[in-house]
Write a protein that binds this ligand. Structure first.
Ligand SMILES: Cc1ncc(COP(=O)(O)O)c(C=O)c1O
Length: 417
């Protein structure tokens, strides 16, 4: 297999079974799973409601028919997502992944605006295709310096680095707005296709946009009639403690991209957006697999479960328990430079004491020690120096407290090594 396909840990871990927030590896060891397959397993593992919905469909003998034949459940799901999106009278298109959904959003907006100019955010990540990587603002993932679209990067949620460090929230937001105004007023072509943003910059290590930042950007975009694409691939379906991450920012997007958590592991992505933008493609377009019988069955069951168990509120409440607990127990750790995030999408950043100089070796060591203490957490961030936490939204409070203790103990042990 290709060399650009990293595995966590020196001794790779193979998960062979799971239930709830617990998984078991090929050697029989069990772990508390606090990454949920990169924020995909919204409900955790072995969820009867989802499995039964998929098994019911399997028993009918139809896994796939292509989108040339009507898939009733796809229409039902589209209507639900349209109603949930907050975008007036929108249209929906299903894909198999977040990357493809981003690609479709870029295609629709560039065509709608007759422009190949996109504005994205520094530290952002939008998938591994040519267009997705083109707009990605994190060099670590880019791979290729080429792009099918022109891209300019505005400021993201990281306000401790660079020329605006030291500003408080309000001053930072004002500076961001002025910077965007200058960018679209002077540097980019007269017509810009869209701006694309993640409400919490997930791959960057769980960095939320600053309160007021997206609303300030929206004002500038409105002035220039530039559509706003929110990439909710990591932040959607209640993970941040609101149904969509954008809802923390008092704005409405023009296009919303989703994937990951919607199918609880069954591959589904898509986009929902303004009717005029989504209708702009002047040619038929299909996705052989997008929104097929199995993934839509899983997604309907997942959305039912999220609503029935009010997992959005759970994510807000348990996210607060997790972040408060981590901040308190890691307060004295000299190598922890920030604990941040929103709801159950968090990052713990490791730097050399007293600086922001990334300390990826420390983050990796803590991740390894967490594994040895039966806890799985992600490792990433722009500089590879963050632990990433995104447990299933069904996680219990005692599990949150246990994970907090394990991370604190592993950090102490890593420092003493
Ligand atoms: C914000 C964001 N957009 C897009 C993607 C790409 O999604 P996928 O891996 O399903 O292609 C990701 C993946 O992590 C993501 O975090």
């Amino acid at each position: 297999m290709v060399p650009w396909f990293p595995l966590y840990y020196e001794e790779p871990l193979e998960i062979v079974s799971g239930e709830g927030c617990t998984v078991t590896d090929a050697d029989g060891a069990s772990y508390l799973e606090f990454y949920a397959g990169i924020a995909v397993n919204t409900l955790g593992y072995k969820v009867p409601e989802v499995h039964e919905a998929v098994e019911r469909q399997l028993r009918k003998g139809v896994v796939h028919t292509s989108t040339f034949y009507l898939i009733g459940r796809q229409v039902e799901l589209a209507e639900r997502i349209a109603a949930l999106s907050g975008i007036p009278d929108p249209l929906v298109f299903f894909t198999c992944s977040g990357t493809e959904a981003v690609e479709a959003a870029l295609l629709a907006t560039t065509e709608y605006r007759q422009s190949s100019q996109i504005i994205a955010l520094r530290y952002g990540y939008h998938g591994r295709s040519f267009g997705g990587l083109g707009v990605t603002g994190d060099r670590h993932w880019q791979g290729s310096g080429l792009s099918p679209v022109r891209v300019a990067h505005a400021r993201g949620g990281e306000r401790r680095r660079g020329g605006l460090s030291g500003l408080d929230d309000k001053a930072y937001v004002r500076a961001c707005r002025e910077d965007l105004e200058e960018l679209v007023g002077t540097s980019t072509p007269e017509r810009t296709a869209a701006m694309i943003v993640e409400p919490v910059q997930g791959i960057a290590g769980g960095i939320p946009l600053v309160p007021g930042q997206l609303a300030a950007y929206r004002e500038v975009l409105d002035e220039y009639e530039i559509p706003l694409i929110v990439d909710e691939v990591q932040t959607g379906w209640g993970r941040t403690g609101k149904y969509w991450g954008y809802q923390w920012h008092q704005i409405t997007p023009d296009v919303l991209v989703f994937a990951k958590g919607v199918g609880n592991g069954f591959t589904l992505g898509g986009l929902v957006g303004r009717r005029d933008i989504m209708s702009s493609l002047d040619a038929p377009s299909i996705s052989s697999f997008g929104g097929n019988h199995l993934s839509t069955a899983a997604a309907v069951a997942t959305l039912d479960y999220i609503a029935a168990h009010d997992l959005t509120t759970a994510a807000r409440r348990l996210g607060a328990v997790l972040i408060d607990g981590l901040k308190e127990s890691l307060d004295d750790e000299p190598c922890v430079s920030q604990v941040r995030g929103q709801g159950l999408l968090l990052g713990i950043e490791f730097s050399h004491p007293g600086t922001l100089k990334p300390f990826p070796e420390m983050a990796a060591r803590v991740q390894q020690l967490c594994r040895e203490n039966a806890l799985l957490v992600g490792l990433g961030g722009t500089f590879g120096n963050c632990l990433r936490l995104s447990p299933p939204l069904t996680v219990q409070e005692d599990q949150v407290r246990l994970a907090t203790r394990v991370i604190a103990a592993s950090t102490r042990a890593a420092r003493a090594d």
